[in-house]
Write a protein that binds this ligand. Structure first.
Ligand code: C2E
Ligand code: MG
Ligand code: MG
Ligand code: MG
Length: 292
């Protein structure tokens, strides 16, 4: 009986692994053509100052709409892009498209201070990354200070020395660096001292529990205070309720991002959103999005 179960379990296991690798191969082949077929696009999720009174920028989020597979989540296709090496060309496309979009907005008088672009650890290990980024910025006519690159803690995991060098090169060009999903990865606090990090992005998993869990409250408060002590800014991701926003603002978190403030938007929707909030901020009695 046990042997029978064991064998069934084994069959089930291999079938699942097989289905998974078939899906990955399928995605990899489809992804190879996605760029040239124009299936990739970008969304922009507004980032607010924590008093809710102004939009400080947006996070750039990649979208893939395949004709047969439908919308594929970046959580699923980014790992495929990384393992196949496609991330290099896709990542450059993201940077180029985002900076050119920012150029268009600024030329049309739509005030957007910064764009935050996610950078995969694989891209981060590319030689001459800083030169590539600087080239893309100058092509679009965008000052480096308007670009923020979101890195995860994993960039430092296999070669911390190389990571420090790459960060220093980007920093020297004037690009701002933030640590995404902070608190979930390979956190060696001693590296924070050496990294030229401008901002910590507190992971969504802690924000979700910030009202009901004493542990999450303690973690979030500690991250905010750590950042302050090191002269870094903080942004909370995944803010879904007013109560979470209120808590974060009271604890001194600088910026907020999440569904409660806005979902990720298409470029045209984002421009309209910024215009609407500018009109609001220009009111005689500025109306805060968040209650005082
Ligand atoms: P991330 O950088 O941590 O991005 C935040 C994710 O949280 C986004 O998912 C966003 O849509 C989602 N989100 C925003 N607000 C809320 C909220 O209030 N509640 C909840 N539950 N979720 C919220 P998305 O767009 O599916 O992206 C997933 C991940 O894929 C990103 O996580 C990022 O790691 C990666 N990614 C996306 N675009 C790019 C890209 O251009 N390059 C690279 N290398 N990675 C990317
Ligand atoms: Mg991010
Ligand atoms: Mg994040
Ligand atoms: Mg995240």
């Amino acid at each position: 009986q046990a042997k029978q179960n064991g064998r069934n379990r084994f069959c089930f296991y291999t079938a699942e692994i097989q289905a998974q690798s078939v899906r990955m191969l399928l995605l990899e082949n489809a992804l190879r053509r996605a760029l040239e077929r124009g299936e990739l696009s970008l969304n922009y999720q507004p980032q607010f100052r924590s008093d809710g009174r102004c939009i400080v920028g947006a996070e750039v989020l990649l979208r893939w709409q395949h004709p047969e597979l439908g919308a594929v989540s970046p959580a699923e296709f980014i790992p495929v892009a990384e393992s196949s090496g496609l991330i290099t060309s896709i990542g450059e496309w993201v940077l180029r498209t985002a900076t050119q979009q920012l150029r268009t907005w600024l030329t049309n008088g739509i005030p957007v201070k910064t764009l935050a672009v996610n950078l995969s650890a694989v891209q981060f290990r590319q030689p001459h990354l800083a030169d590539i980024v600087a080239g893309i910025l100058s092509e679009a006519g965008i000052e480096a200070g308007r670009l923020e690159l979101e890195l995860t803690e994993s960039v430092a995991s296999d070669d911390p020395v190389a990571a420090v060098t790459a960060m220093n090169e980007l920093h020297a060009r004037g690009v701002q660096l933030s640590i995404d999903d902070f608190g979930t990865g390979y956190s060696s606090l001693s590296y924070l001292k050496r990294f030229k990090v401008y901002k910590l992005k507190i992971d969504r998993s802690f924000i979700g529990g910030v009202i009901d869990s004493a542990e999450d409250q303690a973690i979030v408060t500690a991250i905010i205070n750590l950042a302050k002590g090191l002269g870094m800014r903080t942004i909370a991701e995944g803010v879904e309720t007013e109560a979470q926003a209120h808590f974060l603002r009271k604890r001194g978190c600088d910026e907020l991002q999440g569904y409660w403030l806005s979902r990720p938007l298409r470029a045209d929707e984002f421009a309209a959103f910024v215009q609407a909030h500018r009109a609001m901020a220009a009111d005689e009695e500025p109306q805060a999005l968040l209650p005082a």
